[in-house]
Ligand binder design. Structure first.
Ligand SMILES: [Fe+2]
Ligand SMILES: [Fe+2]
Length: 381
């Protein structure tokens, strides 16, 4: 594995941004003293970033290392927008999650969540660094917007990054499903024609795998403990999975197609795949791989349930979608067209998604008990 270059010297643009960042931390309720000795390093892995553009219309040409090498303004804009969306999600998740540190079920969970929040801040920091260092005025503007939009005000770019994460079950669902989506996005950018972006992804992917692992592990420990019934857990799966699927974007997406043509964003399995990309259905292809992975993961999680508990499953990709060809259509969790009126469908949704009563029972009954398998913290106190 290649050594990661850690950049110590910042550009003046970025130094100004770092000031804003410190104010942002305090504003959103993340106490900087929680960082301990954690440092926000800028990490590039140039060796895995690739020398030549790997796909699309510029395939075989040297990857772009500076803004002026990018041949067209619209390609620059597309790159800036991708970096901005990525950075936006990183800071959003810290805004959504940091209040949970006070109610962690164990020290192990508190430390894991804190590590995740430190790393998400580093990811956002890295994206801001790339914007400020490589994209001049326009980049600086976008980098400051990363700290202006706010999940607590509902102004983050993507819907699920504005959704409140009220308790630790939502936290584990979020890390399992949404951080896993993040892994897909990062891997798709890891083959990018813009080299500083591609080189940022290796170190981010390594850190990201801890986040999804924390989610999968948390869900497994909850199922194993058997205090929260699987029937109730299933409702939370139903809630989060459609959100995760929506994050892959629209079907027949032209922006995904252009990103591919420019070599800016590849398929999830770009380097492993030996077939031509179906450029008209790029989002669908990545989403399908994600969906398969979710099903495999859920078989493992469900396998540890107590005797007599119903099997946990991944609902149909037609259910409760906000984006794509099933958006706004009435489908059941098992993927059948709902047989009934729109009103009846609303009643059906109430029966398969968490209600206020479910939330109340979860937080004020089950979570008052030993609801998650204990795990010892073995690191520093
Ligand atoms: Fe991240
Ligand atoms: Fe993450």
């Amino acid at each position: 594995m290649a050594d990661t270059e850690i950049v110590e010297k910042y550009t003046p643009n970025f130094e100004a941004w770092v000031q804003d960042f410190t104010e942002w931390q305090t504003r959103i309720g993340f106490d900087p003293s929680w960082l301990g000795d954690y440092r926000f390093d800028i990490k590039f892995d140039w060796d895995t970033a690739g020398e030549k553009i790997e796909f699309g219309d510029f395939e075989g040409m040297p990857k772009w290392e500076r803004r002026m090498q990018i041949p067209q303004q619209n390609i620059r804009d597309a790159i800036i927008s991708m970096i901005s969306v990525q950075g936006d999600t990183e800071f959003a998740s810290v805004e959504q999650q940091n209040h949970l540190l006070a109610t962690a079920p164990t020290e192990y969970d508190m430390k894991s969540a804190l590590r995740i929040m430190c790393e998400e801040q580093r990811h956002g920091w890295q994206m801001a660094y790339v914007l400020c260092t490589y994209f001049g005025e326009q980049g600086v503007r976008e980098a400051s917007k990363l700290l202006e939009r706010n999940a607590q005000d509902g102004t983050r770019i993507l819907g699920s990054f504005n959704a409140p994460i009220d308790h630790w079950l939502d936290f584990f669902c979020f890390t399992h499903f949404i951080d896993r989506d993040g892994k897909y996005q990062l891997k798709m950018l890891s083959t990018s024609s813009f080299k500083p972006l591609a080189a940022s992804m290796g170190p981010m992917l390594k850190e990201e795998s801890f986040h999804l692992g924390t989610g999968a592990n948390g869900l497994r420990r909850i199922v194993k403990q058997g205090v929260i019934p699987c029937e109730l857990l299933q409702k939370y799966l139903n809630k989060w999975i459609s959100t995760g699927l929506d994050l892959f974007g629209t079907d027949d997406s032209t922006s995904a197609q252009w990103a591919y043509v420019y070599g800016v964003k590849g398929r999830y399995d770009e380097r492993e795949s030996d077939v031509e990309a179906d450029r008209a259905h790029l989002n669908e292809a990545s989403r399908e791989l994600y969906f398969q992975e979710l099903r495999e993961e859920m078989r493992r999680i469900s396998a540890v349930r107590k005797e007599g508990e119903p099997e946990l499953f991944i609902p149909s990709d037609k259910f409760n979608r906000g984006i794509g060809m099933y958006a706004g259509k009435n489908y059941t969790i098992t993927g059948e067209k709902f047989d009934g009126s729109d009103e009846e469908y609303q009643d059906y949704l109430v029966s398969v998604l968490p209600t206020d009563e479910d939330e109340d029972k979860l937080m004020n009954d089950y979570m008052k008990k030993e609801w998650i398998q204990y795990r010892e913290w073995k690191g520093k106190k």
